[in-house]
Design a protein around this ligand. Structure first.
Ligand code: HEC
Length: 292
């Protein structure tokens, strides 16, 4: 018995020694983003210029080339009113949704109250009792599809097409997630930290670009603020991709030589919560088209 104990003690102390060390991390200074429930309109400071689309004046930014400052991102040039790939994705999403919702089980599973879909997109990411964690709309689509035996992998064209269709039903609705308490607040805080954590071969954090280098050019692109993005996703990109927000995170990770994560992974969902809270108050506007 005594030997058994000493073997056990040896094994546990070895296990303690073998504990991986928490890697050293560098952070950008943490910016104070207050989790606003009713909108970040004061924070982004540009709402006054774009709240009335009819009166939108790009020159408000001081220079037409700098109209991205208005954070009216879904109108960033080249905005194309005409048919683009996003419209085809929308049709596909509608068709798939109607098949899946033939018995109204899909909408209920996604969390639509009394089958009403208008407010669904504006309230995601949200806590899901069945998954026991905070999930984005695309994760919910994958999960609810699986319950009917359909494979709708998060990040796939069909998954994003359904997400786009559901977002389109809420066009004009302001994004409104409540990150003031509970699991969403925790996710927001984790997302805020991730946003400022330096990673990858270039040792960049999201905020290295999206807070500290906004307005600067990076190859053909002008780096924009983190406000308002979530309201026009999934986005159609002219490189023929329907891109979900998580795929955009993966693209920014790849651009900075950082190992991308899977769509639906917890860190990406946390980042989504963070960026969606910074989009609170912005009207949903899809299908949007973006340059590569
Ligand atoms: C090397 C600079 C750089 C880093 C680091 C970076 N991005 Fe980006 N990101 C860009 C550029 C450039 C674009 C395209 C122009 C734009 O919309 O800002 C972009 C676009 C985006 C967009 C889409 C904006 C839109 O309106 O369509 C999101 C969302 C985004 N980045 C999130 C992130 C997140 C989250 C991280 C950290 C994981 C990150 N980015 C890291 C440079 C960067």
């Amino acid at each position: 018995m005594k030997t058994l104990f000493s073997i056990l003690a040896a094994v546990t102390s070895f296990a303690a020694l073998a504990q991986p060390e928490i890697p050293y991390r560098e952070y950008e200074p943490l910016d104070q983003y207050e989790p606003h429930v009713s909108g970040d309109l004061k924070l982004s400071g540009s709402y006054q210029y774009w709240k009335d689309p009819a009166k939108l004046d790009y020159r408000m930014a001081g220079n037409p080339d700098e109209n991205w400052k208005l954070n009216w991102k879904f109108m960033d040039p080249p905005f194309n009113q005409a048919v683009h790939g996003g419209h085809f994705a929308l049709d596909r999403g509608e068709k798939l949704f109607k098949q899946l919702d033939a018995h109204h089980r899909f909408a209920v599973c996604l969390g639509a109250k009394k089958g009403k879909l208008k407010h669904l997109r504006a309230g995601y990411p949200r806590w899901r009792d069945d998954l026991k964690h905070v999930a984005g709309l695309e994760e919910a689509i994958e999960y609810c599809g699986a319950r009917q035996g359909r494979v709708l992998q998060n990040g796939s064209y069909d998954n994003s097409a359904i997400s786009l269709y559901l977002a389109s039903l809420g066009n004009g609705q302001p994004i409104a997630i409540d990150v003031a308490k509970g699991p969403l607040k925790e996710a927001f805080e984790r997302g805020r930290h991730l946003f400022h954590t330096r990673v990858g071969a270039f040792n960049f954090s999201c905020s290295s670009c999206h807070t500290h280098n906004i307005g600067k050019r990076l190859r053909g692109n002008v780096i924009t603020t983190p406000y308002g993005d979530a309201a026009h996703y999934p986005v159609y990109r002219t490189q023929f991709v329907l891109q979900s927000l998580h795929l955009r995170f993966a693209e920014c990770n790849l651009d900075t030589r950082t190992q991308p994560l899977l769509p639906g992974s917890q860190p990406y969902t946390d980042l989504e919560v963070f960026m969606t809270a910074l989009t609170n108050g912005y009207p949903i506007s899809v299908p949007a088209e973006r340059d590569w």
